[in-house]
Design a protein around this ligand. Structure first.
Ligand code: PSV
Ligand code: MN
Ligand code: MN
Length: 392
């Protein structure tokens, strides 16, 4: 076990200041292509999603931003949404574009050879930038479902060219304090080739744009067995790791609660972040969740996820650095690995409870939320909640 008083002032500060951004869509109903199970109390509009996100922040003390997905969260009055969020102690974060659910995008969006459709996809992003200007968001996140299903279906090279041109036009429309965050995914919905399948492609595309082009690493978007922490370090070294979309996967893009499937992987990722000095709130790396809660209650699912990231971070921070440096210098493989495993196997939960008490919040966020009566209230008040995403 470890106590708060065992931390250095710097470790204490980093842990205390750590924040995680929540996805609005995690609060909606989602499912698989087989079935979407509704949860009583599910938000019916972006205002209710923001209210639920504020609850997670209230009880964890560490999730002060919520990402919006446009048009899922389209509203007439973004200033009101912003004011509502601020009133509840949170802010509107990253704006996610959506050019993967319209009939027109069947053969691609920003990569489409049809100028009309490519124009429509670019315009959808320009609209997102207008939304950002109203919400005060500084990041436009782009994930594309673009790709092909069969060899020969289209020219991979021509599609890369059209992608670069489209991104350049979108990038040019961003304000000087706004950045473009490009997310990669190795497959799905395209099954033969995807236009932004990996960190190499995403990195090359954003580097061509300028300094404010960065890469989003979604933990579910890699082939099984991929060493994700290695990619984290490569992107950090390039100065282009803009954000994480954290979630867990057992098979493909499962979008389960982060830390549920492989807490050791999450620890290893956070360890690279800590050793690189990228945990600091000014590092430019935004720690976001991208999850869907198909079976579990959504707000408790988000609380558990935030706490899982916090625990992995605490474990990554308490590694005995001096002993590790010596073991590494001595090429003492067993000792070095033992030091890392000691940190991973340490129970940090009592220390995090202390940290919460220090912040004036309940040391048990999950229990406190269940006791608060909020779930009962929304189950009664909200009828006909929204579906979150495209999973069904
Ligand atoms: C795509 O699989 C993705 O990870 C992107 O981030 C989308 O915006 C999100 O999921 C939609 O749920
Ligand atoms: Mn994602
Ligand atoms: Mn995904």
């Amino acid at each position: 076990m470890v106590a708060l008083s065992d931390l250095t002032p710097e470790q204490h500060r980093l842990l205390s200041e750590q924040t995680i951004e929540l996805p609005s869509w995690a609060f909606g109903n989602s499912g698989t292509r087989f079935k979407v199970y509704g949860t009583p109390g599910t938000p019916r509009d972006p205002f209710e999603k923001v209210a639920d996100a504020a609850q997670v922040n209230r009880f964890t003390g560490m999730t002060p931003r919520v990402s919006l997905h446009i048009p899922w969260d389209e509203t007439e009055d973004y200033s009101k949404l912003r004011a509502d969020a601020e009133e509840q102690g949170i802010s509107l974060g990253t704006i996610n574009s959506n050019v993967f659910q319209d009939e027109d995008y069947k053969y691609g969006s920003l990569t489409n050879s049809d100028d009309r459709i490519r124009r429509k996809a670019i315009d959808a992003h320009l609209h997102c930038i207008e939304v950002m200007n109203q919400t005060g968001s500084d990041t436009l996140k782009i994930w594309l479902g673009d790709g092909t299903n069969y060899p020969g279906q289209d020219s991979i090279n021509a599609r890369q060219g059209r992608l670069a041109e489209s991104l350049a036009e979108i990038y040019a429309a961003l304000g000087p304090d706004q950045r473009l965050l490009l997310e990669y995914k190795f497959f799905e919905p395209a099954f033969y080739h995807t236009d932004v399948p990996d960190w190499g492609t995403a990195l090359l595309q954003v580097m061509a744009l300028g300094d404010r082009g960065v890469v989003c690493l979604d933990t579910g978007h890699h082939a099984p067995g991929t060493n994700i922490e290695f990619i984290v370090t490569q992107l950090l070294r390039a100065g282009r790791l803009g954000a994480f979309d954290f979630n867990s996967r057992f098979y493909a893009d499962d979008d389960l609660m982060v830390g549920a499937a492989d807490p050791f992987q999450l620890f290893r990722i956070m360890r690279e972040i800590v050793t690189y000095g990228a945990l600091d709130k000014n590092s430019g790396v935004n720690f976001m969740l991208d999850q869907c809660h198909n079976l579990e209650e959504k707000i408790p699912g988000e609380i558990r996820s935030a706490l899982n990231v916090q625990e992995a971070t605490a474990k990554a921070l308490i590694v005995d650095e001096e002993a590790l440096a010596k073991a590494q210098a001595d090429h003492d493989v067993m000792a070095a690995n033992g030091i890392i495993m000691d940190a991973f196997n340490t129970d940090v939960r009592p220390m995090l409870a202390e940290l919460r008490a220090e912040k004036g919040i309940d040391p048990d966020p999950y229990g406190a939320f269940l006791r608060s009566g909020y779930l009962e209230k929304i189950r009664e008040e909200r009828v006909g909640g929204q579906q979150a995403s495209w999973g069904a």
